[in-house]
Design a protein around this ligand. Structure first.
Ligand code: F6P
Length: 327
């Protein structure tokens, strides 16, 4: 019987627990023995590896976060600790490891795979940032977008009641994907992200005209990557002469009940990963590309710069030069 393990690394996402459930169920179904590694690469170094049972995943599908915990490991960057991690996997007879994580986690996985040839490593893109090259979707993104949507819809209620501008900062690290999709789908008046050039003078002209015509409030979505949220609040106060507030959504974007989409994506990602391990694939990342789940070389995923889809950026053009909207 083949022993396979799974761990979560980096920022947690809603949908990881659904992935753990599928991992255990499908591994047994395929005649494999599933193991959990607790606390990411840290747990791999500390030998926190244990056999998983059906009972471990009962009732977790609807819970956000990850039951087996996650971490960002500094020690794992050192070869000596990676050697310990490999020995721990071998001690449990593990011949395949599935890593749920983002770019940094896959770089660590790549190093590990270069240092041994008796264990297979398969990554599953899991980050709310949706910033991994080679895949159009990362686990957790849909739940995060819905958490943001709920927050913006609520803020709109108070913004419109008071006649204020709200500047809402959205996560995404260096990537504006979450901010752009949220701004488009919540009807925000302003969206500032690194990928779309913007001109505050153009916004000013537009907003003053709209105010003149009766617009009483504004919703602005700003990517955390730009690090200028407070300045934009001040800009609204001084240039648009409207009372303004800032809301940093923060870690509420990372939690919550996983959406149906994320549960289903978790199932597909894990199924493809286990199939790849069964077929003996040694080092790869499962990517979602044009409706298909494909195994891609880690080097084409973790070491390439992610670019937001052209079609989405085209929609974002409206924020580059906001057109006058009749109010
Ligand atoms: O990568 C996921 C993410 O949530 C980013 O969007 C954010 O910048 C970062 O992690 C926050 O990290 P931490 O949870 O360590 O504060």
């Amino acid at each position: 019987m083949k022993n396979i393990a799974i761990l979560c690394s980096g920022g947690d996402v809603s949908g990881m627990n659904a992935a753990l459930k599928r991992f255990v169920d499908y591994a047994f179904d395929q005649g494999m023995r599933p193991f959990f590694v607790e606390n990411g690469y840290e747990g791999l170094i500390d030998n926190k590896i244990s056999a998983a049972a059906y009972s471990d995943v009962a009732g977790i599908i609807s819970i956000g976060g990850t039951k087996i915990r996650t971490s960002r490991s500094e020690r794992f960057k050192e070869s000596s600790y990676r050697q310990i991690a490999l020995e721990n996997l071998r001690e449990h007879g593990i011949t395949g490891l599935v890593v749920l994580g983002g770019d940094g986690s896959f770089k660590g996985m790549q190093k590990l795979s270069e240092e041994c040839n008796d264990i297979g490593f398969i990554g599953i893109p899991s980050t709310i940032d949706n910033d991994i090259a080679g895949t159009q979707y990362c686990l957790g993104v849909d739940t995060a977008l819905n958490a943001i949507r709920v927050a913006i819809d609520s803020i709109r209620d108070t913004a419109s009641s008071f006649g204020r501008a709200f500047v809402i900062e959205v996560m995404g690290r260096e990537c504006g994907y979450l901010a752009l999709v949220s701004a488009l789908t919540s009807g925000a008046e302003m969206c500032l992200i690194p990928e779309v050039p913007y001109n505050l003078e153009v916004y000013k002209e537009e907003f003053l005209e709209e105010k003149e015509q009766g617009r009483s409030y504004f919703i602005a979505i700003v990517s955390e990557a730009l690090k200028n949220t407070e300045q934009i609040v001040q800009w609204f106060e001084e240039e648009i002469a409207i009372e303004s507030r800032m809301t940093v959504l923060g870690h509420i974007q990372r939690g919550g009940i996983p959406t149906v989409h994320d549960r289903l994506m978790a199932f597909h990602f894990v199924t493809t990963a286990i199939d790849a391990l069964r077929e003996g694939i040694k080092s790869t990342v499962v990517c979602y590309d044009d409706g298909m789940f494909l195994c891609k070389d880690i080097k084409d995923v973790a070491f390439k710069k992610y670019m937001i889809d052209e079609d989405l950026l085209a929609l974002g053009k409206e924020f580059e030069s906001p057109q006058h909207k009749q109010v």
